[in-house]
Design a protein around this ligand. Structure first.
Ligand SMILES: Nc1nc2c(ncn2[C@@H]2O[C@H](COP(=O)(O)OP(=O)(O)OP(=O)(O)O)[C@@H](O)[C@H]2O)c(=O)[nH]1
Length: 331
């Protein structure tokens, strides 16, 4: 019992990758449902620490990291700090973190031949998978140090994930799951910087579902909601990963196409239009006819991004005026 008081109990279950063998008995204690992992801080004597630079670095890792982790709620930043400290202490070359449900894939440093991977699981949640790699093998003592570091990372990481979820929720349209207008403003600001820095074209599509009021009036509001979800999914499937879609309001969507000139973005718009026209939208056994009109404009450095959006809106207006279910591009 006294021993337990001296040690820091971390309520996280670390699951080692199969190839790494079981977690050493000396660094863990099994309980009914989870593994309680103990930091190994007490194993290093003060005399050794003073003499051994390697031990000093490791001790610094144990002392510094928790303090550093308290300085940020950003997941990327936390992992960066963790990687930097492990690089200093253990010469870790690469860190990869993924969380499929949250759509997170992060890679820091450079992946090397030898690796150790963990699933980070607490009693309540899954907090992703993490992999460290290095040019030389990790010995058991180093694995224990990595595991106690993961113990230190566990709660800050969980808080960072909750924070990230809250931020994402605030930026997402609850009905369709695509970004909302605030997210769009942030993205436009960011994309403009990327465009100007890389001197690449940036195009905007403004898409408006046709006769949407009629869909609501004929099939009911829930069917209208279903049509909006269907449209958002269709758009998402028709664009590249680096492109983004936002619900601009009502039945209007903005699609931001990175590194896309007028010609290319008109093709993408046509692909989206054709997909919407051909894909069936079903609601309670009924087929709802969904088509869209799309305005296209490509940013030029004589205007603001708001002007580009304005031109896309003018193009959309023309598409509606010329009969709907079509793409119009404006220079
Ligand atoms: N079901 C549903 N309807 C919505 C939502 N947001 C806006 N609407 C409806 O979308 C309709 C938009 O109608 P209009 O602006 O007249 O446009 P339209 O009927 O699509 O006609 P055109 O754009 O000219 O083809 C309105 O009836 C709104 O009530 C929503 O979240 N769900």
């Amino acid at each position: 019992m006294v021993l337990a008081k001296q040690k820091q109990v971390i309520d996280i279950k670390l699951v080692r990758d199969k190839t790494m063998g079981p977690i050493a008995q000396s660094s863990r204690e099994l309980s009914h449902s989870n593994i309680k992992l103990f930091t190994a801080a007490q194993q290093v004597s003060p005399a050794n620490r003073a003499l051994d630079n390697r031990e000093t670095l490791r001790e610094q890792l144990r002392e510094r990291l928790p303090r550093l982790l308290q300085t940020t709620l950003e997941l990327e930043q936390q992992l960066k700090l963790c990687f930097q400290e492990l690089h200093r202490a253990l010469k870790v070359d690469g860190l990869e973190y993924s969380h499929n449900n949250e759509n997170i894939n992060l890679s820091l440093g450079r992946r090397a031949t030898h690796s150790c991977s963990y699933r980070l699981v607490t009693e309540r949640d899954f907090n992703g998978e993490i992999c460290f790699s290095r040019r030389s093998r990790f010995d058991e003592e180093e694995l224990q140090l990595i595991e106690s570091t993961l113990g230190q990372l566990a709660y800050p990481l969980r808080n960072a994930l909750s924070y990230r979820q809250a931020v994402q929720l605030a930026l997402r349209d609850p009905l369709t799951g695509v970004g909302n207008r605030i997210a769009m403003d942030n993205a436009l600001h960011h994309e403009l910087q990327v465009t100007q820095r890389n001197e690449q074209p940036l195009s905007l599509l403004l898409l408006d579902l046709d006769h949407f009021k009629k869909i609501n009036d004929t099939f009911g509001h829930s069917a209208g909601d279903q049509a909006l979800k269907h449209a958002a999914d269709s758009i998402r499937h028709a664009i590249r990963d680096i492109d983004q879609v936002f619900r601009f309001g009502g039945e209007e969507f903005v699609i931001v196409l990175r590194n896309s000139n007028q010609e290319c973005s008109t093709m993408v718009a046509e692909r989206i239009r054709a997909r919407l026209e051909s894909m069936q939208c079903q609601f309670q056994g009924q087929e709802i006819p969904v088509t869209a009109s799309i305005g296209v404009a490509t940013y030029n450095d004589k205007e603001t991004i708001r002007d580009t959006l304005q031109r896309a809106d003018q193009a959309l207006y023309k598409a509606k005026d010329q009969g709907r279910n079509r793409v119009i591009s404006l220079d």
